[in-house]
Design a protein around this ligand. Structure first.
Ligand code: SF4
Length: 291
């Protein structure tokens, strides 16, 4: 929920300086949702095509479209040589096929032109990251987020990929300012943390945005970083705290960072899973697509 009018002045003053450091946010959110796995996944050209298919559609749709594309053509070289209409048919289950089919054809053709007839993009990993990103961004329809996904997820480089969840959570926490647009956020966030924190940040923030800091109704009472969030909903936190106190009257009291969870566990004390690491949503989808 956006800040309420009654506390607007106080909150807008607070929002100039985040009360949660990036490193604390990564640590607390990883304790809450992690550990996160980061496995090598699709090779970069396949990741690039998958990324185009995932634009403006759901994971399920993009997965279905990618799977059918590869079932139909077997190789990306065959996709590059195919008629746009046949590509469109193959990806029709994924949404926006009329836009994405010519884009995929154009991108693959351009890579072949720029890369001596090869679709192997592993050479990007040998380049300085800014150059690798610029190389990808010359391709039609590849913006900073798509380039970041390919560099980070496929090539293991510390590139930021800011999706809608990461952008929203970062703004609410005051890590990026209200006037920083999504493209600029890549630069700002990448410069704000050491390279080794980029992937943990991505995994932690996207998971938090999907599970708790949702666009319409953020669950601030369940949020482990609410103690320093300029956008927190005080009423939701108060209600969550009241619930846990009434459920466990003899329990020790906690500060606002340690408020209730739906299952009655405080965030810092929530039962940690000891089994498998938490897959990042994108990781989970792509893993299923690997041969
Ligand atoms: S307190 Fe947590 S859930 Fe609420 S707006 Fe801030 S980051 Fe999001």
């Amino acid at each position: 929920m956006p800040p309420k009018a009654a506390t607007k002045t106080r909150r807008s003053r607070r929002s100039k300086k985040p009360g949660v450091t990036i490193s604390d946010a990564i640590r607390l959110l990883t304790e809450q949702y992690g550990p996160f796995e980061n496995e090598p996944r699709l090779d970069p050209a396949h990741e690039l095509v998958f990324t185009i298919l995932s634009q403006h559609t759901s994971d399920r749709n993009s997965e279905r479209a990618f799977r059918n594309l590869m079932d139909t053509f077997s190789t990306l070289e065959a996709v590059a040589a195919a008629d746009v209409a046949d590509i469109e048919d193959a990806i029709s289950g994924g949404g926006l096929a009329r836009i994405k089919a010519p884009r995929i054809k154009e991108v693959l053709g351009m890579i072949l032109d720029l890369n001596d007839g090869s679709l192997d993009l592993h050479f990007l990993a040998e380049m300085p990251m800014d150059e690798a990103r610029a190389w990808l961004r010359q391709l039609p329809g590849i913006g900073p987020k798509s380039a970041g996904i390919i560099l980070s997820f496929s090539l293991g480089m510390p590139a930021m990929a800011v999706d809608t969840h990461i952008y929203r959570v970062s703004q609410r926490l005051g890590i990026i300012g209200p006037k920083v647009n999504a493209d600029k956020a890549h630069e700002v966030l990448e410069a704000a943390m050491p390279p080794e924190d980029v992937y943990p940040f991505h995994a932690a923030f996207i998971t938090h945005g999907r599970q708790v800091c949702k666009a319409q109704r953020p669950r601030c009472g369940d949020c482990v970083v609410n103690y320093g969030c300029p956008a927190r909903d005080e009423e939701a936190i108060r209600q969550a705290t009241a619930v846990v106190e009434s459920a466990a009257p003899d329990a020790p009291t906690h500060d606002t960072a340690d408020t209730d969870q739906p299952d009655g566990q405080a965030p810092g004390r929530r039962r940690r899973r000891k089994d498998a690491p938490t897959p990042v949503p994108h990781t989970q989808v792509v893993k299923e697509l690997q041969p």
